[in-house]
Structures are given as C-alpha cells and as structure tokens.
Design a protein around this ligand. Structure first.
Ligand code: DX5
Ligand code: ZN
Length: 214
C-alpha cells in the first residue's frame, strides 16, 4: 500500500520541521489540499505557501484541488514540480480536456469524486486517467469520520477499472486510520491519504509504516 500523508493536518507554525519529518519517513507522496472557500466551505493554503513546501519536500507531490475551475491552476501546479494533479469531477465541465491539459503539462491526471458522486460517472474517461481519488468524507476538513459506503464504491470502481483494462490507481481520502485502512486495502485501494492519523501520531514514520503494511 502506498501512503500520501496530508499536510492539512500538520503543525502550520512549524511547517519546515513537519516536511523534514516527511522527508525522513518512508511516505510515498505528500498530499497537498488546495481549497478556495467556494468549491468547499474552507480555505487551506495557496500557491505562495506551496512554493515554499515544494522547495524543501523531497517526496513526489500529490496535489488535490478543491477549487472551482481547477484547470486555471494547471500551470501553477506544474511549476511546483507536482507528480499528480487531482481535479474534482464535480468542478470540471470539460473533464476530458482538463485531463489532456494535465497530461500535456507533464503530470499524472487524477479525477476526484465526492461521496455522493457515483463511480459510474467515470465509465467514459477511466481509460484516460492515471488515478481516481475517492473521497471518504465531504471535502474541506480533516478529522472527519469515514463514510462506510465508500468501501462499496471502491469495489465497484475496481471492477469498472479492471473491466475497462485501465491501469488507473485507486486513492482514498478522508478518515483513514488502521481499521478503515485495512478495510480499504481489502476493497482494492492502491494509495491511502492520511492526515490526522499520521500527523497526530507520536511517531509519524511508524504510523506511515503501519498503513503501508496493510
Ligand atoms: C479533506 C482533505 C483530506 C484531509 C484528510 O478535504 O482532502 O486530504 O486532510 O484528513 P483526515 O485523514 O484527517 O481525514
Ligand atoms: Zn485531500
């Protein structure tokens, strides 16, 4: 299992130190949650902060855009040197073009689904994406309880992906801990995002390793 710790749960007063902990850990990615206060009812951090983060972080960046019109930010995300750019299906009127533009910018394209958006909406684009990010909480806030129906969605997405011949990775975001992580692993997840479970742990690397072993 690959693990993408979410910086949203880090200590923002000591961001440099928190990123050094991630650099020193076995994390596979660093997950960055960008919010605009419009697509979600919260604001996290913007590109001036992310540019500083990108300079010191040695893990591949997994950027999760929770904004309207995420296509406007493709150049900014590329300039961070990000590996993955995730855009919400609900925020993209022309999802196919947005996915192509992310690819043209040299990044892996991820499509994100809110809890109430069915995985079947991806039937006609699953072959063009590198990753599907399923939200297991409503986007916008860390520390929320896992929505259990997500397990069923992961199974259906895996079946859809395998039937189409797509190689898209399945990533999960929200309420991940040792218990829900192990259920998600069984359902077919490839990558787990974890915020509070990792940054709230006494030993960040041990928390990451315990999820990687699932
Ligand atoms: C929520 C964010 C998540 C968040 C997860 O909108 O997309 O990445 O940081 O936090 P936890 O793991 O605490 O649920
Ligand atoms: Zn996220």
């Amino acid at each position: 299992m690959k693990i993408s710790p979410s910086l949203l749960a880090a200590d923002f007063l000591n961001l440099g130190r928190e990123i050094e902990k991630i650099n020193a850990s076995e994390a596979d990615y660093l997950h960055l949650d960008v919010m605009d206060g419009v697509f979600v009812p919260n604001i996290s951090f913007g590109f001036p902060v992310l540019q500083g983060v990108a300079k010191v972080c040695r893990k591949p960046l997994d950027v999760h855009m929770m904004t309207v019109e995420p296509e406007k930010w493709i150049g900014h995300v590329r300039d961070l040197g990000a590996r993955i750019m995730n855009v919400h299906q609900e925020a993209c009127l022309h999802l196919y073009s947005t996915v192509q533009h992310i690819h043209e910018a040299g990044m892996l394209a991820g499509v994100t689904l809110n809890p109430a958006t069915p995985v079947e909406t991806l039937t006609d684009i699953i072959q063009d994406v590198d990753l599907v990010l399923i939200m297991s909480v409503e986007p916008g806030f860390g520390g929320q309880p896992f929505i259990r129906h997500t397990l069923e969605k992961v199974r259906r997405l895996k079946a859809l992906r395998d039937a189409s011949g797509s190689k898209a990775m399945i990533e999960l975001d929200g309420g991940v801990n040792a218990k829900t992580g192990s259920e998600l692993a069984e359902a077919g997840a490839d990558i787990l995002v974890a915020g509070s479970y990792v940054f709230g742990a006494p030993d960040i690397n041990e928390a990451i390793r315990s999820l990687q072993r699932l």
